[in-house]
Ligand binder design. Structure first.
Ligand SMILES: [Mn+2]
Length: 195
C-alpha cells in the first residue's frame, strides 16, 4: 500500500480568504485518494461564493468514476459564472491513477517517467466538453502537482533543484512563493508518495 503525504494551499489575489475563487479538496477513503482543484472564473467575493458551492459538492460527492464526478460538478455550477477544474483519483493499493481536467488546470507527475496530463477546453457550469480520462501509475518517491493558472504553468525543475524536495506542505509553500503570480488567485495541491 502506498503511503502518501498531501497538502492543499490557496491564496486570494486580494488577501482575505473569503475573496478566493480557487479552492480544492483532498479526501482519503480506505484505499483511494481523491484530489480536486478548482478555479472559478474571475476573483473576489462573488467568485468565492461559487467556489464554496463547488467545494461542498466536491467534498461530499467524490466518486470513483471521475467523469461522473466532473459531470456532477457541471450540473452543480450551472447558472454560475463557471469554473475550471482538475480531478484525480489514486488507488493506494496499486498506484494506478486517473485524471480528468476541464479548462486551465495544470497536472503533472514528477518521477523517473514524468507525465503531463491534458485538460479539455471548456468552462464547467457553462460550456462542458466531453471529459476524458487519462491514466498513469505512481510509485514510491513520485510527486503529483495540480495547480491553477495563478501559478506559472511551465517551470523546469532543473532550475529549481530544491522545489520538489521535502514534505507536501513545504512544496506547496515553495510553489506559491517562487512561482505564484500577483495577478490572480493561486492554488496548488501536492501529493507525494513516500519513498
Ligand atoms: Mn485563475
Amino acid at each position: 500500500m502506498l503511503k502518501i503525504d498531501t497538502h492543499l494551499l490557496k491564496r486570494s489575489l486580494t488577501g482575505p480568504e473569503d475573496e478566493c475563487g480557487d479552492t480544492g479538496v483532498i479526501r482519503v477513503t480506505n484505499d483511494q485518494c481523491f484530489l480536486a482543484l478548482m478555479d472559478v472564473l474571475g476573483h473576489g467575493k462573488k467568485a468565492h461564493q461559487v467556489a464554496e458551492i463547488g467545494e461542498r459538492y466536491l467534498g461530499e460527492s467524490h466518486c470513483s468514476d471521475l467523469v461522473e464526478w466532473m459531470n456532477g460538478l457541471h450540473a452543480c455550477l450551472k447558472g454560475t459564472r463557471g469554473a475550471v477544474a482538475g480531478l484525480c483519483r489514486l488507488n493506494l493499493l496499486n498506484g494506478e491513477m486517473e485524471f480528468v481536467g476541464v479548462g486551465n488546470i495544470t497536472a503533472r507527475l514528477y518521477g523517473p517517467s514524468p507525465v503531463t496530463f491534458v485538460s479539455r477546453d471548456g468552462v464547467i457550469g457553462y460550456r462542458m466538453p466531453t471529459p476524458k480520462k487519462q491514466r498513469a501509475k505512481m510509485s514510491p518517491g513520485d510527486i503529483l502537482i495540480l495547480n491553477s493558472d495563478g501559478i506559472k504553468e511551465r517551470f523546469d525543475p532543473i532550475f529549481y533543484p530544491d522545489l520538489l524536495k521535502g514534505s507536501a506542505r513545504k512544496i506547496t509553500a515553495d510553489l506559491m512563493d517562487r512561482l505564484g503570480k500577483d495577478s490572480d488567485d493561486a492554488s496548488c495541491i501536492v501529493l507525494r508518495c513516500e519513498p
